[in-house]
Design a protein. Structure first.
Length: 195
């Protein structure tokens, strides 16, 4: 297998898990709208640099710095960073696609949906949009990694046609509420899908 595959991002314990820019009434209205008409009513697009701070619900400051770095690579055409936006334009889900870490493959990582909107099909829609981007580049596979401690995500990926293709060590920087940096280490199950 090629280069490192990062886990689809789950915010570390203790990180912020609120939806920036959306109050409780708006969230409930959005949940009702999606339940009534599906997640397809939301728009998928590219993350803009000015929106990174709006993703505070997805992780700690170290994570947001990694998102900003991915946007720099996206500007060079090496990656894409997709978001799903609420009708008001606020990002409510996100996903990174790296086109360089594994030959012939778009590698998905940092996939997250804000907590109050999980389980409504938003991640499924976002993965589908990511697969379209990978296919449009002429690549044959999409891949992602998932920790054993995230069986719900693994079930989703398998339902979408991803199959286990190995295990891989991974690590990334985290930052606690006091600004202390640590390296989080884990083992991922790598899942792949032919597009």
């Amino acid at each position: 297998m090629g280069g490192p595959v990062n886990e689809l991002h789950r915010p570390p314990r203790g990180s912020q898990d609120s939806t920036v820019g959306l109050d409780q009434a708006t969230i409930e209205g959005l949940r009702a709208m999606i339940r009534a008409g599906g997640a397809g009513q939301l728009a998928v697009g590219d993350l803009r640099a000015g929106e990174v701070a709006e993703l505070a619900w997805s992780g700690n400051p170290a994570h947001l710095r990694s998102v900003a770095a991915a946007l720099q690579r996206a500007a060079q055409g090496l990656e894409d960073y997709l978001v799903v936006r609420a009708p008001g334009g606020e990002p409510v889900a996100k996903m990174r696609i790296d086109y360089t870490s594994e030959a012939g493959t778009g590698v998905f990582s940092q996939l997250a949906t804000t907590g109050p909107l999980q389980g409504l099909g938003i991640a499924t829609m976002l993965i589908g949009a990511g697969e379209q981007r990978v296919h449009a580049r002429g690549l044959a596979f999409a891949a992602l990694g998932v920790e054993d401690s995230n069986p719900r995500a693994r079930r989703l990926y398998q339902r979408l046609g991803y199959q286990a293709a190995g295990r891989q060590h991974a690590s990334w920087e985290t930052e606690d509420d006091t600004g202390v940096l640590r390296v989080y280490e884990t083992t991922l199950t790598i899942l792949r899908k032919r597009l």
